[in-house]
Design a protein around this ligand. Structure first.
Ligand SMILES: [Zn+2]
Ligand SMILES: [Zn+2]
Length: 272
């Protein structure tokens, strides 16, 4: 496995199962050089059960410092948040951030897109049962977020396809969908964002391949976009889930490098 880092990980500070220390130990066992913590940021949105509580932010950051001291001879730890498009959280103490859109504003209120397939279907209903309206809103929000926020890594770009293998609510090969996805990813590359190749939905049994899908990855390659592999893990046993397969797939498509965060910022490292 060439990938020696994972910047997308969740712990008990948000909706993950393991403590930070358990994640550090798993990352060391996986042979990582570094690990980034990316708790769901504080949003203040009603019904947000995933984001870190405001009063826990200081201890979250202090615990990373403490673990860095304890395990510093074996691994470099980074402070991050997965920030939400609708309410971007900015904190100068962070080393990096991931920008993701998990919720959309619908005519009937704020609705999730990746919580359960049933809730995703309800969100479609809130867009007048028009999945194309939902997709249009999602990609508009993703692009707007990329243009107006200085986060580093775009999270799971085509999250709207999370349940597509089990519930084909739209056709991912439909030219209308691909046109939306391609024009959005072009804007995101122009905005200078690193694009995450996220294996999280494979680990959770929803998908058989990583985000973004192959046609979008080909577009990223064609437009000279920068990628980074991450597992979006919510438990320590998933820390490097499907990394080898994902590296192989990226190399087969023509990618040769990915971005890795280091003490001096993001650097390109070989995938093969
Ligand atoms: Zn996410
Ligand atoms: Zn995540």
């Amino acid at each position: 496995m060439k990938t020696k880092s994972n910047l997308h990980s969740h712990t008990v500070y948000c909706d993950g199962k393991n403590t930070m220390e358990e994640m550090v130990q798993a990352a060391i066992s996986a042979g990582f050089r570094s690990l980034g913590f990316s708790s769901h940021a504080y949003t203040g949105l009603p019904d947000d059960d995933c984001g870190i509580k405001k009063e826990k932010i200081d201890s979250y950051l202090a615990e990373i410092d403490m673990l860095q001291k304890k395990y510093g001879d074996r691994i470099r730890l980074f402070k991050g948040f997965e920030i939400e498009g609708m309410v971007p959280y900015i904190d100068p103490r962070l080393d990096y951030s991931i920008g993701s859109v998990h919720v959309l504003k619908t005519p009937n209120g704020i609705r999730p897109i990746d919580f359960t397939p049933e809730l995703f279907e309800l969100t479609i209903r809130d867009f007048g049962n028009n999945v194309w309206k939902l997709l249009e809103n999602y990609f508009d929000d993703v692009v707007h977020f990329a243009k107006t926020s200085d986060y580093d890594i775009l999270g799971h770009f085509d999250l709207v396809t999370k349940y597509i293998e089990k519930r084909p609510l739209f056709d991912v090969e439909d030219p209308r969908y691909l046109e939306m996805a391609f024009s959005s990813i072009d804007e995101i590359i122009r905005a200078g964002k690193i694009i995450e190749v996220n294996t999280g939905a494979i680990a959770r049994g929803w998908r058989t391949s990583s985000y973004p899908s192959v046609p979008i990855l080909k577009r990223i390659l064609q437009k000279k976009g920068i990628v980074t592999i991450s597992s979006d893990c919510h438990s320590s046993d998933q820390i490097a889930c499907f990394f080898e397969e994902t590296e192989r797939n990226l190399v087969e498509l023509g990618f040769r490098e990915q971005a890795e965060l280091t003490s001096t910022g993001f650097l390109m490292v070989s995938l093969c």
